[in-house]
Design a protein around this ligand. Structure first.
Ligand SMILES: Nc1ncnc2c1ncn2[C@@H]1O[C@H](COP(=O)(O)OP(=O)(O)O)[C@@H](O)[C@H]1O
Ligand SMILES: [Mg+2]
Length: 604
């Protein structure tokens, strides 16, 4: 993540305002209607609550002192009406408020996901999936809390406070003064507890992320966990994180729970003070009972908004911390973007088009030694070139550069004479089909998995591609044929089946350039033979660059490039390279020996 430098404490407050302003502009703004309705309902709720407190004054006066029986009917009827209205206002307040709040959650999540999809591969690689997922869910929720509880809550509670304080002042301003002396005490306690709550909640958020990382890691590694009997180890790791999370959660809950009795106790002190002073005033004949009843009701009702206001601090600070993370993600811009004025890549129809040329290309991953160190190599249109070399020699990196997953540091890469930096990324990637060793499938139907990238492919096209990939037969035998859902990551299929589906995907894409990165290395011999046949059909008429894990599969390549430590050290046809007796010969001999002993040896 492109984290902004940690701001100074003072700037932190200023930027909290900026964050809040942005939150309102971008996410609350579009829901102005609902927000206005919520505010109107809030005002209604505050007013009816005030009436409820005030009504005790005429009630006591007319019923108890004046003994008017007609009021015995009117006052309760009025109370019922007011209570009903108050309920309706509160309902409206709560639903409109949540409509705004949940809308913010949905909108920020949508924007975060978009930003995520636009990110460079480098950044996606760096994201810790479990932690990210939990942040993705919780940060948006905390934003909602900040808006619904923090901001509209502030409005509601302040309104209520003002109305009730108004009733209190109207009844007796001296009593009101007595009761408000305790407010600063409540405020102070609230701030103290609030910072404890927010610290604990930040920590428990972090632990939630850790837990969700552990969980997804264990699910991803389920086979290894079972096979190596690592269940206890996994349990211990999870237990530790669960326990830590619990500790912080409880710490937060205790601080939060303490804030209620503290506020109540201080409120109780105020009541005691008021009763004392009211009694004194009453005995002196300066306060009527009906006024006192109304005053006391208002004072009891005011406890709730005071208590809620005291929690605002926490919710808002947490929310703004979340907002910072959310906006950080939303604002992150990919580094690899279309050059200004980039045009679409133009490729001549096969067999003329699709020539790939690397010219003195150098590249190193961030902070690492050069992975590609001056590679010059040409793949003529419609030909098949193999990249071989020891593991880590830079073969896959060449694909990463060709696809512009990463930007080369120097040198040029051209397709049909066009520098790949000058063409649009979409058109560049559309010209290529990548098949890797880990055939990735989405948890959708087989047909959807083949058609992905070609949204309007007909079922006939899909079947034709599957036939070409030697996949039609096994797909037809699946319980729902092409409509079978493959399970997360293609769980319900074998490795060879998954690979043939991904080859069908590449067939359907019908791209002029084909990139095969150890496409068959995860397969057994029988599956490998099937997949190799499928690949042969796929390669026909296309420029193909193949990274082979077994040299026997590339003997027929038009050219073989041997890489070592990011450099091309030899190139030529198989016989020429064998005749040289260099690295290729050693790799080949090694492979050949292994081939006899272990059919799936890997030199890639
Ligand atoms: N995403 C990455 N981040 C950092 N270093 C990487 C990354 N991918 C590969 N490397 C390093 O770059 C070098 C070349 O890797 P790679 O191209 O994957 O080799 P090959 O495909 O030939 O086995 C290796 O030293 C490897 O450790
Ligand atoms: Mg590789």
């Amino acid at each position: 993540m492109n984290r902004v430098e940690k701001p100074e404490e003072s700037e932190g407050t200023a930027s909290a305002w900026a964050l809040m302003a942005r939150l309102f502009r971008d996410y609350v703004g579009p829901r102005k209607g609902a927000l206005i309705l919520a505010v109107l309902c809030m005002a209604g709720g505050a007013a009816t609550t005030g009436i409820l407190a005030w009504i005790l004054d005429p009630a006591v006066k007319t019923i108890f002192f004046e003994k008017r029986t007609d009021m015995l009917l009117y006052i309760p009827a009025a109370v019922v009406a007011v209570v009903f209205l108050r309920g309706a206002f509160n309902y409206g307040d709560s639903t409109y408020n949540n409509e705004v709040g949940q809308g913010i959650v949905a909108d920020t999540q949508r924007d975060m996901f978009r930003a995520l999809m636009a990110s460079d591969l480098e950044r996606l690689n760096a994201i810790h999936s479990g932690k990210f997922v939990s942040n993705f869910i919780y940060d948006a929720t905390m934003l909602r809390e900040a808006v619904t509880k923090g901001v509209s809550g502030l409005g509601r509670e302040l309104l209520l406070l003002i109305v009730l304080a108004g009733v209190m002042l109207y009844q007796n301003w001296r009593l009101t003064l007595v009761s408000v002396v305790v407010l600063p005490v409540i405020g102070l306690a609230a701030k103290q507890l609030g910072s404890r709550v927010s610290k604990a909640s930040t920590q428990s958020m972090k632990e939630t992320g850790e837990l969700s990382s552990t969980l997804s890691e264990m699910l991803d590694g389920r086979r290894i966990v079972k096979a190596y009997g690592l269940e206890e180890h996994a349990i211990a790791r999870a237990d530790e994180k669960i326990a830590r999370r619990l500790k912080y959660l409880l710490r937060g809950i205790r601080a939060r729970a303490l804030s209620v009795p503290v506020a109540d106790f201080v409120g109780g002190l105020a009541i005691a003070g008021v009763v004392f002073y009211a009694g004194y005033e009453g005995i002196a004949g300066r306060l009527e009972l009906n006024q006192f009843a109304s005053f006391l009701a208002a004072m009891l009702l005011v406890q709730q908004p005071v208590r809620n206001l005291s929690q605002l601090w926490t919710v808002t600070t947490e929310g703004m911390a979340a907002a910072e993370r959310v906006f950080d993600l939303i604002d992150s811009k990919p580094h690899i973007v279309d050059a200004p004025g980039a045009s679409a890549l133009r490729i001549a129809p096969p067999p003329l088009g699709g020539r790939v040329a690397f010219k003195d290309v150098k590249f190193s991953y961030a902070g690492a030694a050069a992975a590609v160190n001056g590679v010059t190599l040409e793949v003529p249109a419609g030909k098949k070139v193999a990249l071989v070399g020891p593991s880590g020699s830079g073969k896959s990196t060449l694909f990463n550069l060709l696809l512009r997953f990463y930007e080369r540091d120097s040198g040029t890469i051209e397709i049909d004479g066009q520098n790949i930096r000058d063409v649009t990324i979409a058109s560049l990637r559309r010209a290529m089909a990548l098949v890797t060793q880990d055939a990735f499938l989405f948890d959708e139907s087989v047909a959807a998995n083949i058609a992905c990238g070609i949204p309007n492919a007909s079922i006939d096209d899909i079947i034709a591609a599957a036939k070409g990939a030697a996949a039609h037969e096994f797909i037809s035998a699946l319980p729902n044929g092409y409509d079978t859902i493959v399970g997360e990551g293609g769980l319900r299929l074998s490795g060879g089946q998954r690979q043939r589906i991904s080859i069908a995907r590449a067939m359907l894409r019908n791209a002029p350039i084909l990139l095969l990165d150890e496409a068959t290395s995860a397969l057994d011999t029988e599956n490998e033979r099937l997949v190799q046949d499928a690949l042969k059909r796929l390669m026909k008429g296309r420029t193909t660059i193949v990274i082979a894990h077994r040299l026997s599969t590339v003997l027929d390549a038009d050219r073989i490039c041997v890489l070592e430590q990011g450099r091309v050290v030899e190139q030529g046809r198989h016989e020429e390279l064998i005749a040289r007796g260099g690295l290729y010969t050693r790799l080949y001999q090694h492979d050949f020996q292994d081939d006899n002993a272990r059919p799936t040896a890997n030199v890639g």
